[in-house]
Design a protein around this ligand. Sequence first.
Ligand code: NAD
Ligand code: ZN
Length: 350
Amino acid sequence: MSIPETQWAQVAEQVGGPLVLKQIPVPKPGPDQILVKIRYTGVCHTDLHAMKGHWPLPVKMPLVGGHEGAGVVVAKGELVQDFEIGDHAGLKWLNGSCGECEFCRQSDDPLCANAALSGYTVDGTFQQYAVGKATHASKIPKNVPLDAVAPVLCAGITVYKGLKESGVRPGQTVAIVGAGGGLGSLAQQYAKAMGLRVVGIDGGDEKRVMCEKLGTEAFVDFTKSKDLVADVKAATPDGLGAHAVILLAVSEKPFQQATEYVRSRGTIIAIGLPPDASLKAPVFQTVVRMISIKGSYVGNRQDGVEALDFFARGLIKAPFKVAPLKDLPEIFELMEKGQIAGRYVLELPE
Ligand code: NAD
Ligand code: ZN
């Protein structure tokens, strides 16, 4: 397999952008890394937050974003044992972690203080060839389509982990806030596969129609509802509210509202990362209704294996649109306006 010296990449030269489609060197894998020829890579809202510098965590510049990259292993370092050239692999947000700290030792590798983050602290998958630590890369079976599986590598794993963290059980109801977006569309499919009942919350008829196909039993449109709290409660089978709320929205308001429609004893899982946002909850209600509020951050390697296995077994089918790498700036524009139902997946040039 011949590997070129240079390749096409979408590069943000400075915080705030713009993106430049240009030729850059192909990276060389370190001793414990694989080099993946990326075929498809999903576009996550995190990539937009990264380019805009939305978060209190320094971002690498110039930056090649992207962390849902699916492709073929074309080279590997001398310490890599679990991948062969030609295997299909996925590069995720967690590009690598130290393996030695308390969090890594306890399989909480996303919490590793020295974790390398694809498309944030190291270059990601908006390029034809990308590297990642072999122990953190995902194995993708050959019969799994690389375009459809790409969004599972961040969105799928993250929502699967969030649903597990919520402790919600089969037959119970989960409210998914931001159900029409990339994470939300996958969250509905995982929830359905896990035997949960879904109330979907998002805006607009395109997203309503999509959600009703994906598993939402009742859709609440936040752009039209006059009393969102009452509408969400009324949408749960017994009117008492959701057993769990999965917050995927990119605005702050739902993070303040969720305690009002979560059921007593219920759990709120914060996953979305709107800039400069705070969680606020009334102490009295939180205490006397025994409400839990938790954050959930991607997943560990085993969560990744399990989330991919749900997909490989045909249980997860979420809509995605394929676009060429050059279209990334327009996709970011649509994303900023909240106009993407489901996920965009970029196809890399051969
Ligand atoms: P997206 O843009 O595809 O979807 C966000 C959705 O939220 C949109 O459909 C939008 O209409 C909806 N929304 C906005 N305001 C809303 C409101 N008030 N009520 C209901 N819905 C509302 O984004 P995405 O790629 O799905 O990512 C969502 C968020 O999750 C981002 O902030 C991203 O950075 C974050 N994220 C977190 C993790 C993690 O590990 N915690 C992992 C991946 C992504
Ligand atoms: Zn992501």
